[in-house]
Design a protein around this ligand. Structure first.
Ligand SMILES: C[S@@+](CC[C@H](N)C(=O)[O-])C[C@H]1O[C@@H](n2cnc3c(N)ncnc32)[C@H](O)[C@@H]1O
Length: 193
């Protein structure tokens, strides 16, 4: 089995990922992941749209698509050979000129948002820059209550639809946070340029 990172948006496939997809006889992934590789799906390849991989048995010959990078809250946990992709973390950090080695990641995707908010607060209080993997229900405006002990002027950058034509990056502060328009977004918090 191969787990292939598709990159977090269009046009971000690596040559290695293209080779894996082009040679696939069985391709499995979400609708969005399949759309990102559609140009390279070979004729005759079986394509399965999968909404959840938990408790699904994946055949050995499958090429599984994981949006962004499989090792960032992705499908790398399935095992097999992992082919990396360009993550939302990498693209957001590039857009904002934030060096990756200065960043702490908090995964709030499909998790308890109060626990994630407490982790964000604790990292900000230690002076770290925080990258949050969100989900559509993650309420940035509700963070204020959890971040009452932090400097209210700390920056928040909301990065929506990274890599897509409708990409949007908006900035605010803890006291006055930006509001998402899209369901696909990540958030950076802390001090940055
Ligand atoms: C299950 S996680 C997968 C992350 C992915 N493995 C990565 O490397 O970016 C899905 C979350 O990643 C973030 N994400 C993925 N692609 C994105 C994009 N193009 N723009 C903004 N956020 C994105 C969103 O927070 C989304 O809810």
């Amino acid at each position: 089995m191969k787990i292939v990172g598709t990159g977090c948006g269009p046009g971000l496939l690596t040559e290695e990922a293209i080779r894996a997809v082009s040679g696939a006889t069985l391709l499995m992934g979400s609708r969005r992941a399949l759309d990102l590789v559609s140009r390279f799906i070979p004729e005759g390849c079986e394509v399965r749209v999968v909404t959840s991989f938990t408790s699904l048995s994946v055949p050995d010959h499958a090429v599984v698509l994981s949006t962004g990078d499989p090792q960032l809250a992705g499908l790398g946990f399935l095992g097999g050979e992992i082919i990396p992709g360009i993550s939302s973390l990498q693209l957001a950090a590039s857009r904002l000129h934030i060096p990756l080695e200065t960043v702490v990641v908090v995964d709030a995707h499909g998790r308890d948002h109060d626990i994630a908010a407490a982790a964000i607060a604790s990292e900000l209080e230690r002076g770290r820059r925080v990258f949050v993997i969100a989900d559509p229900a993650f309420a940035i405006t509700d963070l204020r209550a959890h971040l009452a002990g932090c400097d209210q002027d700390l920056a928040i950058a909301l990065c929506e639809d990274l890599g897509y034509p409708e990409e949007r990056i908006s900035r605010g502060t803890i006291a006055d946070p930006p509001v998402p328009r899209s369901r696909l977004f990540v958030v950076f918090l802390g001090r940055f340029p």
